[in-house]
Design a protein around this ligand. Structure first.
Ligand SMILES: [Zn+2]
Length: 301
């Protein structure tokens, strides 16, 4: 699954090519991905100018002139690449946001081609997805809040609305493990397994403790929750920054985009030494609600 920073990086990689460009035609090479494309998809988007690219949770939004928005999800193995120039030239493919899963460039998995006419001539944005768990939908901008994938989503971990008072209101009285409470998309939208593990490790908080223990009797956030909130925002900001620098490297060179996996402090490090200064603990892996949790039982209380 791509995490939020990956989707944000894909958005930033695509924006210079897509924003302001005319979407001449959407070429659908099959009737479906994980779900069928909406029946009117190709017709509705053809000839529309792309106003802006945005992101909500792990959804990429392509906002079109006229009020329609393409909602895209990368699934397990989806990626975009950009080809510029006339089709015959076949010049310079680039893949914004290829991360820790190897991205297929096999053309038989190119399922959607957006043919664009931008300021610097024709371009194609190609969606490749070998496993086809990704999907695309079309919605009116005015109805986005009620869209089946978007309604009920909580605050963005990058937005100012995510603060300790908000989390305290959500966590008060909860005996649910903190890990599960943080993964609840109705509370924080787009925060995934990797970054929950990282934020808890940075905060010295056990994933197993009850979420309600971070809230005082009057419903106010304890100091630990204030610190956790800051670290959630920081861990996402750091990952987006790392994605941005890998994107820059990629555009300058040609190889596939390296993920910043080496910078994970606790995720996927079972049996390795804890990196908290002064801690001599060992990273453990447990399974909570079917998902792997990595944490240090020594310093995360
Ligand atoms: Zn430790």
């Amino acid at each position: 699954m791509p995490e939020l920073p990956e989707v944000e990086t894909v958005k930033r990689g695509l924006a210079p090519t897509m924003e302001g460009a005319l979407l001449v035609r959407a070429e659908l090479r099959r009737p479906d991905l994980r779900f069928p494309f909406p029946e009117n998809f190709a017709n509705a988007v053809a000839g529309r100018r792309i106003i802006a690219l945005s992101r909500r949770a792990k959804y990429l939004m392509i906002e079109l002139e006229g009020g329609d928005v393409i909602i895209a999800h990368l699934g397990m193995s989806g990626s975009f690449r950009i080809e510029k120039g006339p089709i015959e030239a076949g010049a310079d493919p680039a893949t914004p946001g290829a991360f820790h899963h190897p991205r297929g460039k096999d053309e038989k998995h190119d399922h959607v081609v957006f043919h664009l006419d931008g300021g610097s001539g024709p371009a194609r944005v190609i969606y490749n997805d070998p496993r086809r768990f990704g999907f695309m939908d079309l919605a009116r901008r005015s109805a986005l809040a009620d869209h089946v994938f978007l309604r009920g989503l909580g605050e963005e971990p990058t937005g100012n609305a995510l603060d300790a008072a908000y989390l305290a209101a959500r966590f008060a009285g909860k005996i649910q493990p903190l890990k599960a409470a943080l993964l609840d998309q109705r509370t924080i939208a787009g925060l995934g397994n990797i970054y929950v593990c990282e934020a808890l490790w940075r905060s010295g908080l056990s994933p197993k403790r009850s979420a309600g223990t971070l809230v005082d009797k009057r419903g106010r956030p304890k100091q630990a929750l204030i610190a956790l909130t800051e670290r959630i925002r920081a861990v996402i900001a750091d990952a987006i920054a790392a994605g941005g620098s890998s994107l820059k490297d990629h555009i300058q060179a040609d190889g596939s985009l390296g993920y910043f996996q080496h910078s994970f402090s606790v995720y996927d490090r079972e049996g390795e030494a804890c990196r908290t200064p002064g801690c001599h603990g060992t990273v453990a892996r447990i399974v909570q609600a079917g998902r792997s949790t990595f944490y240090c039982p020594h310093c995360q209380k």
